[in-house]
Design a protein. Structure first.
Lengths: 453, 266
């Protein structure tokens, strides 16, 4: 017996989810991201069916050359794959029963939507349908970008005319942060340093951060953008379009990007950063209203990066046991200790445009340590111990060695996924700050990104 | 990140180097005391010297100064070969990832004192870190046979069983651990949650994670980190790690004790 599954299953599924939420409102809520993304997935699935029918008809006509027909045959395989994989995803127990992290599930579903958009675009091109957006024009012109994009979304090899049918999308690594495919062609220059603290530098940080928590901070505006006249969001490809010609592909889920955009809009200091506390209640999220982004994957990335780099700096092993340090280094621990923090500030995000695509080309990382006072700031973060700093405080030399090691090996550390993700998060934050400086309405942009409009 | 560690050497004048050398609260003070004791004139008796070297070696080990620990325990063994000295030196070698030498020292400790059954537990830990998971299970089983009421053996064996994907056996061992352990319920619940997740028992895992975090909020961060390690392991994206990162976690991670009793039901 053959079981025929339909994309239309979604309608019943959404009904079930809504009913489930209604019946058990105290224990289970329908995640709004998941519901919205499932609707898009269903739309993509239905559209793939229509496009498949149109392309199959065109491939049988005499209007196509044999080479074009061969290409269409490959694309039809891709469309088949999209239809089967999206349908499968709509029947996945993790999706139907909401098992696991709803945002992770929504990320998988969203990734499948993105993959279907790519295959759809390829089919439309073969049907002679003109690109509808600057992003599509860029993808059409730049096949290698199409390939990288496809790799990033579903790990499939896709050049439009090779033997490997694209369009899986299920289980994509994209939102779990496997960005190497997207970043394959980009070389990012990193300038980093360890800076000893002075009372003046501590005061500057305290005023900017509204206290010091240490932690990982994502700072500064984007460099290299030039004058900005417009910024639009292309929901189909999760991309930002600047001046109707420069494209930046966002590498985090749209709901997290929207939260980041809202945070930068909200806070005059435009703070984005997290200082991990060994206990949850001690973790500090920076910003005027950090709840705007506290529950995002971005905040989690930054927190884990703080735990990891902080572990290296303080010679701990909780987050680094089994990590291979470049040059055989072993983080050191002093025999005596004091109460202090370490702060990692990623900034200086500089972009260059290549064939219409905006990419990160350089960044900076400043590592700072300072002693802390017993008193806390209002946001729960620490305050510098100015008396110690004025007396010429210096961290234990072992920590200085560790900090200098980090500063001189950022490129190596960037190959660790969590660090790469944090850099990517910082790059988007820098873009949003630049938009704000150029008078872009970030509130409206955040809404567009969140709603996919 | 914030670090708050108490400065060692409180400035209180030591009452007696021998007392400082034998106490086990302040390892820096212990090193100072043992050093003073060893350099006393007239020199202490050979047996006392061997003991002081062992105590100082143990203190160095706790301080993470493994080369110094190996030097002192070797000198102690030369003066008087004791199973404890071999066991302490073995752990220092293990910490330096010299697993073969460490196993040999554990073996010698057992030859010298066959009823020193804790060595099975230590050697199991060494085998686990070294990647000999089946060997670790064998050692932990020997330890459990010798000390069936000691909860740590079940916990350690469960770690190894999770690595071997024997989730049911792991859960059974954790249940035994939970029925016996007084102050590390959070650790057991966290480990059981990981096994539950492997088995696809999402809701049960969520409940165990929540209860573990209730007992010690540090498990919240540990959970995030584990999720990260699992994701890079699943995607084969761990070129900068010595082994599969989640497996490494199971082999080496520390599990904090409970800080809080669970909230009353209802």
């Amino acid at each position: 017996m053959k079981i025929v599954r339909s994309c239309m299953y979604l309608i019943a599924l959404l009904g079930m989810l809504a009913g489930f939420a209604g019946a058990q409102a105290d224990t289970k809520q329908v995640d709004p991201h998941l519901a919205a993304t499932l609707a898009k997935l269903n739309e993509a699935c239905e559209k793939a069916k229509q496009t498949k029918a149109a392309l199959a008809k065109a491939a049988q006509s005499t209007g196509m050359t044999s080479a074009q027909k061969a290409q269409a045959t490959e694309t039809l395989k891709g469309l088949d794959h999209v239809i089967s994989s999206t349908t499968e995803l709509l029947h996945d127990p993790a999706v139907t029963r909401g098992i696991g992290d709803p945002k992770e599930i929504a990320g998988r579903v969203y990734s499948a939507v993105q993959v279907s958009a790519l295959v759809e675009r390829e089919a439309q091109q073969q049907l002679g349908i003109a690109p509808a957006s600057p992003t599509e024009r860029l993808l059409e012109k730049n096949k290698s970008l199409m390939y990288r994009f496809s790799q990033a979304w579903d790990g499939s090899s896709y050049s439009g005319n090779d033997d490997h049918a694209p369009g899986g999308g299920n289980g994509t690594k994209f939102f779990r942060g496997s960005l190497s495919a997207m970043q394959e062609s980009s070389v990012v220059y990193v300038s980093s340093s360890y800076q000893p603290s002075t009372p003046q530098s501590a005061e500057k940080i305290q005023n900017q951060d509204r206290g010091i928590g240490g932690g990982v901070m994502l700072e500064g505006s984007a460099r290299g953008l030039g004058p900005l006249s417009s910024v639009k969001y292309d929901a189909r490809y999760n991309a930002l379009i600047m001046n109707d010609r420069l494209i930046y592909f966002i590498t985090m889920p749209p709901w997290d990007a929207a939260a980041l955009c809202a945070e930068i809009d909200d806070d005059p200091h435009e703070l984005v950063g997290v200082s991990e506390g060994s206990r949850d209640k001690d973790t500090v999220y920076f910003g005027l209203h950090p709840q705007l982004y506290k529950n995002t994957g971005l905040a989690q990335d930054v927190m884990l990066t703080d735990a990891f780099l902080g572990g290296v700096n303080f010679g701990g092993s909780d987050f680094t046991a089994g990590y291979k340090f470049a040059d055989g280094y072993e983080p050191k621990r002093p025999a005596t200790f004091s109460e202090m923090i370490v702060r990692f500030a990623f900034g200086g995000f500089t972009f260059t445009a290549k064939d219409g695509e905006l990419a990160l080309s350089s960044l900076t990382l400043d590592v700072t340590m300072m002693p802390v006072d017993k008193k806390h700031a209002v946001n729960g973060s620490y305050l510098p111990d100015y008396a110690e700093l004025r007396a010429g405080w210096a961290p234990p030399p072992e920590y200085v060695d560790n900090a200098q090691y980090i500063a001189s090996h950022v490129e190596y550390f960037r190959s660790e996924r969590i660090i790469a993700r944090t850099v990517s998060d910082g790059a988007l934050a820098a873009l949003f700050r630049s938009y704000k400086e150029s008078g872009v309405n970030l509130k409206a942009l955040a809404s567009h990104i969140a709603n996919g409009t | 990140m914030f670090v708050a560690l108490i400065a060692s050497g409180t400035g209180i004048a030591p009452a007696d180097p021998a007392d400082d050398c034998t106490q086990n609260k302040d390892q820096n003070l212990r090193v100072q005391g043992c050093t003073a004791f060893l350099s006393a004139s007239p020199a202490p008796a050979a047996g006392a010297q061997a003991a002081a070297l062992l105590f100082r070696g143990e203190a160095y080990e706790v301080l993470g100064q493994y080369d110094a620990a190996i030097a002192d325990t070797t000198a102690s063994i030369t003066a008087k070969a004791t199973p404890l000295a071999y066991s302490v030196r073995a752990y220092a070698y293990q910490s330096k990832r010299k697993f073969d030498v460490a196993i040999a020292d554990y073996d010698t400790a057992l030859q010298l004192k066959p009823d020193y059954v804790e060595v099975y537990d230590y050697r199991g830990g060494c085998r686990l870190v070294a990647g000999d998971t089946a060997g670790a299970v064998k050692d932990y089983t020997l330890f459990i046979k010798a000390k069936p009421d000691e909860p740590s053996g079940y916990f350690s064996r469960a770690r190894a069983e999770e690595l071997l994907k024997k989730d049911d056996a792991a859960i059974a061992d954790i249940d035994r651990f939970l029925s016996k352990a007084a102050k590390a319920q959070g650790a057991g619940l966290f480990l059981r949650a990981l096994a539950d997740e492997d088995k696809g028992l999402g809701a049960k895992a969520q409940a165990d994670f929540a209860h573990a975090i209730e007992r010690n909020s540090r498990y919240a961060m540990k959970r995030r980190w584990v999720e990260y390690l699992r994701s890079i392991q699943a995607d084969h994206d761990y070129a900068n790690w010595n082994d599969k990162p989640y497996d490494l976690f199971l082999r080496t991670a520390g599990f904090p004790d409970d800080e809080h009793a669970p909230a009353a039901a209802g």
